[in-house]
Ligand binder design. Structure first.
Ligand code: ADP
Ligand code: MG
Length: 618
């Protein structure tokens, strides 16, 4: 066959494979277009898992009548004209490929009305355009996609079941709900409403996606560092998840998956999580557009940063400050009162202006060469950002040098943390009690330092340690139950429990097979008298599937934390002097303790910090 240029028809079908391979990618592209058009209300409807029909309706700016035809052309876009624009992309779309690609593999109809124009429609069948016709309808655009992949049977074969396609669409849409909380979304599948958000802020959107309870299990924060703004929600350590599907990262408003940021967050959580548990997070990273390259792949799921180290350092230090609860965390955390408000709190509103005294991104970048001694005397070669663009591999980090330095930086942080822990171990006898504040924090002075101790967290931690020690030493006392509990399970679950019977006994459960696939539980660990057996075994069995290797004792640890929390004195409860003394003695001067949920027990404030507040020193 002689070499020839492919016809537009064939080329478009090939290109379509890159942009749209599943119904959810069609929905994604159409929703992005609606958002770029400034829509505040977006409706998504699907039938048959999106294979039969997808309809995305928006109230955005619309497409003028004489441009409807252009919208279908490949590389036709209103969002980008000069190559330099690529450096500062603010819209979600910019390639001008989506509509052409979708139209090439479906029966499509675009109906649109601008504010001053009339509504018009234009149909396409497998990319062949029909006639422009007058239509009715409100301001905005409606994109209808029917019979996806009707002309590419091979691709159609790779689609999943309707239910799975629906689930993937819902999952993808949930990211838009979170990244654009000011827009109200409705998603209907086969006539049933699956999601409805109200466009009234991030907290509200979070509640729609994860349930209202999520707000009680996360820290909301907003930090500005080195010209980078990082805000969002971090799950409390006990709200960790068995997989990474509860992690969302948005860079400049765009959902992405990024190694550098994931590693920074995971490392910051490191000590707080059990094995095979992953933190919950919804993070928004705002960086100057010129230091991030979004043009990595047509699916745009990955981004590259010009300097990975700056990003890593910033994310790591903000997240660990919050988890460690050090003085910095107070600056970052969004006050809990915000939770009550209807309106979005500061974090969901427009970006805060950077504090004037802060280091800029450029300064932070320069500082790096002083901060981080290069490994083996090798100086990382700064590479101009532009050079990256033509590289073929999609997931490669920006440059080989920063990759190693990412770990270097991490090691440095860990070392610092360790040093700090050593320095924080104090001689409890030297502490001078200064009274309590808010009936919750015990206040101590030691030399040039003030310690505030959260009485609830401290007590909780002490109970927890005691319970765990017993658990680990296998000296748990069993408490017989008046009425034994009968656990009915299926054969596979029964086999699993039977295999672990000895372990359950050591942990304080009296359990024995009771005919068929049932188990009789006649005693529970004494410290966990209130344990809800149904729930506990439900969790054990749930983890049997997903985390074959999970250790029962780890799961029990979690239960212990809850039990300790219930048993501990609460904030707001007045303690006697004797109680205060025995609490602090039991802590043995360890000011780095965390409560079992990962909150700090003690906060340390240096005299200098207080004097700075009074401008005695600067
Ligand atoms: P891109 O989004 O990369 O520009 P598309 O193929 O998705 O490419 O869309 C082509 C053009 O059609 C857009 O640049 C925009 O001008 C117009 N368009 C598409 N969808 C909409 C919409 N929902 N509202 C307004 N204009 C739209
Ligand atoms: Mg687009």
């Amino acid at each position: 066959m002689s070499i020839h240029v492919l016809s537009a028809d064939v080329f478009n079908k090939i290109a379509a494979g890159e942009v749209v391979d599943r119904p959810y990618s069609v929905v994604k592209e159409l929703v992005e277009n609606a958002l770029d058009a400034g829509a505040t209300e977006i409706g998504v409807e699907t039938e048959g898992g999106g294979k039969r029909l997808i309809r995305v309706t928006d109230n955005g700016c619309g497409i003028p009548k004489d441009e409807l035809r252009l919208a279908y052309l490949p590389h036709a876009t209103s969002k980008l004209s000069r190559a330099e624009d690529l450096e500062r992309i603010r819209t979600l779309g910019f390639r001008g490929e989506a509509i052409a690609s979708i139209a090439a593999v479906s029966r499509m109809k675009l109906t649109s009305k601008t504010k001053d124009g009339e509504a018009y429609s234009l149909r396409s069948e497998g990319g062949a355009l029909g006639e422009l016709t007058r239509d009715g309808g409100a301001d905005g655009t409606c994109a209808l996609v029917e019979d996806l992949f009707f002309n590419t049977p091979a691709r159609r074969k790779f689609l999943k079941s309707d239910a799975q396609e629906d689930a993937d669409i819902a999952n993808m849409l949930s990211r838009f709900l979170l990244s654009r909380p000011e827009v109200s979304f409705t998603y209907t599948a086969n006539g049933k409403v699956k999601y409805r958000s109200f466009g009234d802020g991030l907290r509200s959107a979070l509640a729609v996606v994860y349930g209202a309870d999520v707000l009680n299990k996360t820290y909301e924060f907003d930090a500005e560092k080195n010209g980078i703004r990082l805000h969002g929600f971090l799950g409390a350590p006990e709200f960790s998840k068995p997989n990474r599907s509860y992690q969302s990262l948005f860079v400049n408003g765009r959902y992405v998956v990024n190694q550098t940021v994931s590693a920074a967050v995971s490392n910051a959580y490191g000590a707080y999580l059990m094995k095979r548990q992953y933190p919950f997070f919804v993070l928004f990273l705002e960086v100057p557009p010129e230091v991030v390259d979004v043009n990595v792949h047509p699916n745009k799921a990955d981004v590259r940063f010009a300097e990975n180290q700056v990003i890593y350092g910033c994310v790591y230090s903000v997240v660990s400050a919050i988890l460690d609860g050090n003085a910095r965390a107070l600056e970052y955390l969004v006050p809990a009162e915000g939770k009550k408000g209807e309106a979005a709190p500061a974090a969901a509103a427009a970006p805060a202006a950077p504090a004037p005294a802060q280091m800029s991104y450029e300064q932070a970048k320069k500082q790096l060469s002083f901060d981080v001694p290069p490994l083996g005397g090798r100086t990382p070669v700064p590479r101009p950002f532009r050079e990256e663009r033509n590289e073929l591999e999609v997931h490669a980090p920006a440059a080989p040098a920063p990759r190693e330095d990412v770990f270097e930086e991490n090691r440095r942080f860990l070392l610092e943390r360790e040093n700090k822990a050593r320095q924080d171990k104090i001689d409890a006898d030297l502490l001078v009690y200064k009274g309590e504040i808010f009936r919750t924090y015990l206040c101590y002075e030691l030399g040039d330092t003030v310690y505030l101790i959260d009485q609830h967290a401290a007590h909780e931690r002490l109970i927890y340690d005691r319970l765990r020690a017993k658990c680990e030493a296998r000296t748990v006392c069993s408490q017989p139950m008046l009425v034994p509990y009968l656990l009915n399970v299926n054969a596979q679950e029964f086999a699993f429990l039977e295999k672990n019977l000895q372990l359950l006994r050591e942990l304080g459960f009296e359990a024995e097979p009771f005919g068929g696939n049932s188990l009789k539980i006649s005693a529970v660990p004494a410290d966990l008298r209130d344990i809800r057996l149904e729930e506990f075994f439900g969790e054990v069995l749930a983890s049997m599937e997903t985390l074959r290797g999970i250790r029962l004792p780890d799961l029990l640890k979690d239960k212990l934390a809850t039990a300790a929390c219930k048993a501990a004195v609460k904030g707001g409860e007045a303690l006697t002097d004797g109680e205060v003394r025995s609490l602090i003695r039991a802590m043995q001067g360890d000011m780095t303790l965390k409560c079992p949920h990962g909150r700090p027990v003690a906060v340390r404030i240096a005299r200098a910090e207080i004097e700075k507040l009074f401008k005695r020193i600067v």
